[in-house]
Design a protein around this ligand. Structure first.
Ligand code: E4P
Length: 218
């Protein structure tokens, strides 16, 4: 499973990329707003660090507007994936941009049939938001299982399942078990995935024993 990092924070992306944990990046207007920086500058900086897909979301609501914004965003770098909302206008823009060879991430997906529509529109990625469903006491991971089952029934659908709105390591583990293609993960959750109390306890014990030997390496 590929890991995308769900942030527009350049320092976070840099650090996680150094550890080889970043196969791509997703941004959205809320994440961009948090940085206080210009969207174009952020995208250029991210694409300088990351070779994999970098999602950049349009803000127009009509297909021609989305297409114009998407084409502009795609000029930033070859690895831009234009993010469009799961509306009829978004799907029209998806088909157009896909046909022009531009990657498209269809976002704000909350049902399996919506994912089927995005697949038919030729989306490169579908982004089901699991955390926001969990917030409504609906199990978001059930949606991932349904989309996986549907996509696996049809060879003609090549859309990758990009699990979004991830809130916990358990979301990531379940996504991997279900065979999701990608998980986009906030930096804080990515760090949680690395942590285990037994690792910390074991490391402290090894270092304490090593100190007793009075030796140094190198
Ligand atoms: C990523 O593409 C989504 O925009 C993001 O995962 C949404 O996460 P949130 O529901 O925590 O805002």
């Amino acid at each position: 499973m590929k890991f995308f990092v769900d942030t527009a924070d350049i320092d976070e992306i840099k650090e996680l990329a150094e550890a080889g944990l970043v196969d791509g990046v997703t941004t959205n207007p809320s994440l961009v707003a948090k940085t206080g920086r210009k969207f174009g500058d952020i995208l250029k900086d991210i694409c300088d660090i990351v070779d994999g897909p970098v999602s950049a979301e349009v803000t127009a609501l009509d297909a021609p507007g989305m297409i114009a914004q998407g084409e502009k965003l795609a000029k930033t770098a070859d690895n831009i994936a234009v993010k469009v909302p799961l509306t009829i206008e978004g799907l029209k823009a998806c088909r157009h941009l896909t046909d022009k060879g531009i990657m498209v991430n269809v976002t704000l997906c909350f049902s399996a049939v919506q994912a089927l529509m995005a697949g038919k529109a030729g989306a490169t990625f579908i982004s089901p938001f699991v955390g926001r469903l969990d917030d409504l006491a609906i199990d978001g991971m059930d949606l991932i299982a349904e989309i996986r089952a549907i996509y696996d029934n049809y060879d003609s659908i090549t859309t990758e399942i990009l699990v979004a709105s991830v809130r916990s390591p358990n979301h990531v583990a379940q996504a991997a078990i279900m065979g999701a293609d990608v998980c986009t993960i906030p930096p804080s959750t990515l760090r949680q995935l690395i942590k285990h109390p037994l690792t910390d306890i074991g490391l402290a014990a090894f270092l304490a024993d090593w100190e007793k030997t009075g030796q140094e390496i190198g």
